[in-house]
Design a binder for this molecule. Structure first.
Ligand code: IMP
Ligand code: MG
Length: 185
């Protein structure tokens, strides 16, 4: 894994694919224990969660359903804080054990919005599973129930996460290199 250039910025290897897999194994084990016999409905938040949702459910040998929704809040490398409505949710949520699957929880604004819209539909229970969590950036009050890995407050890409559309396909996680560092190397 070497440095990669996406649009105007450099990114350096930060979490290896192997580390990521181990973290997903662990969180999948927690979910399996918690949801066996409850037929959970996993709702991935597109686009970023496609990777984690797939990696998660392929490890869950329990009865479950998987669906995806779309919201948008991020432009460039700073959260705009603007979030739109849920797009594409066709499943009946009432009475179901729902797990929202996220690529990353940063400020938590996107998640809070998604959770409140889903809560209005009266699920039997509502939880969140995220690949990455930035505790230093989080300003929310909801507990983040299932976390694969905690990361520092830096912009990251790979395994579903993008920088203006690029980088979602990178294995593992890459972290942004500050511009003054790239200038001197
Ligand atoms: P929040 O609303 O601030 O929690 O941001 C949530 C969304 O912003 C995530 O679902 C990502 O799409 C995006 N995001 C937040 N941090 C990063 C990052 O470090 N890299 C890429 N996307 C990010
Ligand atoms: Mg996202």
């Amino acid at each position: 894994m070497g440095k990669v250039h996406l649009h105007d910025r450099w990114f350096e290897p930060f979490i290896t694919p192997q580390e990521l897999e181990r973290a997903i194994d662990r969180v999948a084990g927690e979910l399996k224990q918690h949801y066996a016999g409850k037929r959970p409905l996993f709702i991935g938040v597109l686009n970023g969660a496609f990777f984690f949702a797939a990696e998660l459910v392929k490890r869950l040998d329990i009865e479950c359903e998987v669906s995806f929704i779309k919201v948008a809040s991020y432009h460039g490398t700073a959260s705009t804080g603007k979030v739109s409505d849920l797009i594409g949710l066709n499943e009946r949520v009432e009475g179901r054990h729902v797990v929202v699957v996220e690529d990353i929880v940063d400020t938590g604004r996107t998640l809070a919005h998604v959770m409140s819209l889903l809560a209005e539909r009266h699920p039997a229970s509502l939880a969140v599973a995220t690949l990455l969590f930035k505790p230093e950036a989080y300003t929310g009050t909801l507990p983040i129930d299932f976390i694969a890995l905690r990361v520092p407050n830096a912009f990251v890409v790979g395994s579903g996460l993008d920088h203006n559309g690029l980088g979602r396909n990178l294995p593992g996680i890459y972290r942004i290199v500050q511009s003054d560092q790239t200038a001197s190397s």
